[in-house]
Design a protein around this ligand. Sequence first.
Ligand SMILES: [Zn+2]
Length: 199
Amino acid sequence: MPPLNVSDDSDAFPLTLGEDPRFCPACGLPLESKLLEEDHRPRLVCPNDHITWRNPRMVVGTLPVKGGSVYLARRAIEPGLGRWTYPGGFLEVGESAQEGARRETEEETDLRVEVGRLIGVYSRPHVGIVTIVFEADVVGGRPEPAAETSEVRAFTPDEIPWDELAFSTVESALRDWVASLPDSGSRFAPELYVTGDPT
Ligand SMILES: [Zn+2]
């Protein structure tokens, strides 16, 4: 395997959360950055004391596995256009992480899956995203490109296109998956624990 990529295409995109809002979503009055009592960083607060919380967003995905091969999808949109990724996307309010991972997998590949063990949790503090990746058993469907993908195919561990992966989290999750396989000969060792920016 090549050295771990330190950056990827999505780094060129703005923070997933977007710019700080200027007006309160609850009452429409202007927001001001204020340090609240017993808090550790400034918050966006309006004159009515509504706090607009800004927290990382959750991305959930799966490595759909059948017969020892993993299905990857080629992205049809930016970022990472034309490169390979696991199926995944933003978790919706009201979903568990596993439910969201299954929904995204079925939307993007047309495979039917049962979500299984956790592969890893990957933090990307500079873009405000935490990604959770599960292994999933393929239990039906057929690999078809669907929403946001142009091709879906299975790769054995030896065929994984390490130089054509869309994001660093894809590389990390695939490395962790390969390392966890019984015949990989290497001990399980999570690859990418990013340290957050304290400011
Ligand atoms: Zn308000």
